[in-house]
Design a protein around this ligand. Structure first.
Ligand code: PLP
Length: 431
């Protein structure tokens, strides 16, 4: 299948070309030319996440150089099945996506992207993956590419605006993975990466790849866990599963929307924002007005200009139609704290600040009379944010083993000015 640009001014390319490029040459984001249609019965024989991912992604890879390796790529990326557990009562569930290498959902997309890029024919010069992170992407990408041959990774993060454990993870890899702490916000980091990736001259000298949520190689695989959870729920209850998705750059939620489009048994999708409420304002009927990002307790969602909004607009060109497809709600820091305290007191659940946004939004939906079965998406393990969560639940949170191992390693990050010339110089000079 061919991939096209949301801006319509770029040649259509195969999926491996789109994955290797990240951004389309016209500045747009790649989208599949068509969305294949499935029914739940098509997955009757697929119980494991790996099988669901293979069947769901196969049409996109038809005719591509990676087609023969897709099954192996899925087996590498989806070995960890996310549990869908009951959370309290009334048909509330929690989909825990944080059981991978760096304890956040981004391990799935980053793992798929790394496996796909490694399976592609290698060029003479190493590929440089440049990635902007608001906290968790960089670690997931670093872990996925660490010590892979012929690839190096540059992680850009906003200095002082990621949680201490996140910062430690970002700087702990070494070898072919370097961390840069940028004097700016996440949106600045993202703008630097976009500027570099659209610099055709520089790319001749230093072959570049993207691992941000703009990459189709991360976006499409994220559909798999929604499909898997919704299919399991459908088989046991015969009903649609609705989702509340903690949202920043809109990659995770867009994957859920795509899965629903393709016929998976997914019902309503509601975005949970933190105080960065650009999307909440749009879905409430206002204009889409990107804003500078604000720092909140749910820092991986501190995004004022969500990249993937362009994909949603492409999918639903009519704003009224887009507003019917999705809803959004905003949760402030005080509510994040209260929700963490209450989830612990009432349900004995310890949740991270991002997951807390979704839990609070679901509480509001229930109070407003929403029925049906709902899953809040748990995007990170609470042990990544001990300075926020531990005082609220009044106990220490043991990091999962993979996270503990990373925290035990030394960590370093290089300072970087918020300036694309500085980035070009750093990445160009040292081969
Ligand atoms: C990245 C991230 C989010 C936001 O996901 P998007 O795909 O950017 O919307 C939410 N929670 C956590 C823990 C994250 O790391």
């Amino acid at each position: 299948m061919l991939m096209l640009s949301t801006r319509g001014n770029a040649p259509q390319v195969s999926i491996s070309t789109a994955i290797a490029a990240g951004l389309a040459p016209d500045g747009g984001l790649y989208m599949p030319a068509t969305l294949p249609q499935f029914s739940p019965q098509d997955f009757a024989d697929d119980t494991h996440l790996v099988q669901v991912a293979q069947r769901l992604l196969r049409p996109f890879f038809a005719g591509d150089v990676l087609a023969a390796q897709l099954d192996a790529i899925c087996a590498a990326a989806f070995a960890v099945e996310p549990p869908l557990r009951r959370f309290g009562d009334h048909g509330d569930y929690i989909l825990e996506l944080f059981h991978g290498a760096t304890a956040a959902f981004k391990d799935y997309g980053a793992g798929f992207l790394a496996a796909a890029l490694s399976a592609l024919p290698q060029g003479e010069k190493p590929l440089t993956i440049v990635v902007a992170t608001s906290g968790d992407t960089g670690a997931a990408v670093g872990a996925a590419f660490h010590n892979k041959p012929n690839v190096r990774v540059a992680i850009l993060y906003p200095d002082g605006r990621v949680a201490p454990r996140q910062a430690h993870q970002l700087g702990c890899f070494g070898d072919n993975v370097r961390a840069f702490r940028v004097d700016g916000s996440f949106d600045d980091c993202q703008a630097l990466v976009k500027a570099l990736l659209s610099d055709a001259t520089f790319k001749q000298e230093v072959p570049l790849g993207s691992a941000n949520s703009i990459s189709l190689g991360r976006l499409l695989p994220q559909m798999a866990y929604y499909a898997h959870a919704a299919l399991g729920h459908w088989r046991s209850t015969g009903t649609l599963l609705n989702f509340v998705v903690p949202t920043g750059n809109l990659g995770n939620a867009t994957a859920c929307v795509l899965a629903r489009h393709m016929g998976l048994p997914i019902g309503d999708i509601v975005l949970a924002n933190n105080a960065n409420d650009v999307l909440t304002k749009f879905f409430a009927g206002g204009d889409y007005t990107p804003q500078p990002s604000l720092s909140t307790l749910a820092n991986a969602m501190d995004v004022g200009a969500p990249n993937n909004f362009e994909r949603l607009q492409y999918l639903y060109p009519d704003p009224a139609e887009l507003r019917r497809a999705l809803r959004a709600d905003t949760v402030n820091d005080a509510e994040i704290r209260t929700t963490i305290v209450q989830a612990h007191a009432h349900h004995h659940e310890t949740i991270c600040p991002h997951t807390a946004c979704a839990v609070r939004v679901l509480q509001r939906l229930r109070s407003a009379g929403s029925t049906g079965d709902w899953a809040v998406v748990a995007t990170a393990h609470p042990a990544k944010f001990p300075e926020v969560v531990e005082p609220l639940v009044q106990h220490t949170i043991a990091p999962p083993p993979a996270l503990a191992a990373m925290l035990a390693r030394p960590s370093t990050a290089q300072p970087l000015a918020n300036d694309v010339a500085a980035l070009r110089k750093t990445l160009g000079n040292d081969g």
